[in-house]
Every structure is written in structure tokens, then in C-alpha cells.
Design a protein. Sequence first.
Length: 357
Amino acid sequence: MGRLSNGPPGPVNAEGLTAAGSGLNLLRHMERLDTSAPGQALEFSIWSDLIKQSRGALHVFLPLLDRGLDAVIHRLTDGQYIPVQVKGRGEMEEGMVEIVVRGDSLVDDRALLIATLLDPIPGQMDLVVEEGVFRGLAARDMSNGHEVFSAAFSMHPTDRTHWRPYLLPREQLAERILGVPVTEALGALGHRLELPPADRHNAWLGFLGEAEVIRRLAESPRLDLFRPFPDLEMVEVLARDNVTGNFTGLQVKTATQAAIYGEAHIHIRKATLSQAGSTWLIGLAWLQEPGRFDDELLLIPAADLPRIAVDDGNDLVINFHPSSPERTRLDAYRHRVAAMANLIVQTCAAAGYDRPA
């Protein structure tokens, strides 16, 4: 998240833009402040509001490594992943909220920028706008060789300001991201929101598998990684290709290889199964005796699971025999663990991206 400022923003003109130079002074003042704790509190208040307002129709993924995005919102109505940045301001000056953003911090023109006050006030309005639109409408200047963009908006906007279409009360934030009223979104989702969080069978081994996937994906500078907040759906690790802006959602399943037949029985709960084209399963086999993962993994599109897995009541089961020379229906999904990061870059490249509504 961008740093917050409590200093004066300088004069603001009738269009809601800062007078020449005031944005540069504000940027310098912002860079001198250490406001990470208030900034984090603001972000979590927004994530909490989205979860409560959407009643589960929006899921929040938080970054494991900060590369410019504060979160990714999973819109369950259509499966889209929406990148989000939050910019805050500590106080208003003469009824105006001013934000200043360095150009190199705007990492994705399709991401949503949410600009707001640090401390909520009655009748508060938030600025919610795609970063590409923000670049086109904000005042542009240079500071110490860096391109900066500044904007100012009122809690009581008029039609004179070009920010008016992007200002809304906080209580309408979830509806803005859903693109439809919350009741309509819930009706479309139906029983899918009534599912409890996934049960963690063998929590230690499951955690170890997720940690291994995160470690290997982190080796690629192209992949930004996110974890769900809270953990309520099939996707456990979200990868974003920071070159294309595309996403791949991953469920990580880990099973111990049986001593007798050499198979690892991977169970997937039907209730959490996703048919989204951007969702994949990574299956890892744990070798008990040497205490390590096998060198082979499974990478399976979630939509293929009902066709290749064994139906076992509430679960689908995959019988994975890693490094076996025998031909099986899983051969097309078998890969080397060492190639994991490159494989996920490829799935991101094939995923495409639809603009959020």
C-alpha cells in the first residue's frame, strides 16, 4: 500500500486537481513518514468490509511477497481475479482528499485503485478506479526523476469533477466489484457459499506441500504469489504472472507414497471442486523413508479431475504412482518438480484476462 500523509495537500483547483507543485511537496512529505501500521489497518478494514458486504461472494488473496499489489479479489460469480491497490490519506484539507502516487507503483492498468481516508467519517466516499483510467485523469508531474500522479476529490462531489463516476460510499464497495447487486450475486452462487472451510487431513503434510510449492514458485521473478484470506475455497495458492497480468489458482494436494504398491492416494473434496479454467491441481508424493518429495508431480486442470479421478463418494481420488514406467491416464499430467515454476508461467500465459465489470 502507498504511504499515508497527514500533511497539508496545498491548494486545490475547481477540477479537483492539485495546484502546480503541491503534489511534489506532498510526495516528499509522504516519503519521510513511517505509516506501515496504519496502512495495514486500513487495508484489512477494506478486506473485512468486502467479505462482510459480499457475504462470501468475494474472496481476498493477500501477497506473500509485496511487488506492488496489496491484494487480489476473487469474484466467485464469474471466477475473475481482480488486482487491487489501496492508497490512503490521513486527513482532508478544506473538504478535499488528495492522493499522490508514483508512476512506477502503478503496476497493472487493469488493477483497481481504491483511494480513501485512513479514519472513516460519516458520509465518506472512496475513489475506486482502474489504474489505467487513473493515469489518464490524474495530474502528472515529475519529482526527483520519478513520474508522479496526483488527484483530489471531495466527500460531496459535483458533476464538475471528472472523478464523480468513480466515487462511491464504502458500503457499496462490494457491489462495485461484483458488478451486480449482492443479492443477485448470492442468488447466482446458491449453495456454493454454504460450504464450510476445507477440512485439513494430515495438516502437517498439507502445510509441507504448500510450502514446497510456494518455495519453488518464488524462484521465478515473473510470479507474484498470494494466499487466501480467509481460506474458504479450492484455491490455496494464487500465482500472478507480472508480465502478462494473468492468474493461475492452485490447489496443492500431498499424499504419502504407500510402501507396498508405491501409490500416493490424492483426495479432492467434490464440494470445493472448481470448474474454472484458471484453476489447477498440483499433486505431490511424499517419500516417508528419505523424508522428501518425489521428483515428479501432477499438474492437472481442475476441470479434468472428474474425468480422470476415481469417484469415492464425497471425494475424487487420484492414484498417483510417481516415477512409474507404466502407462496410465495420468501421463499427460506428469512433470518434473524442478520445472514447476516454468509450468505455472505457462499456465498463466494460456489463461488470458477478462476486464472486471
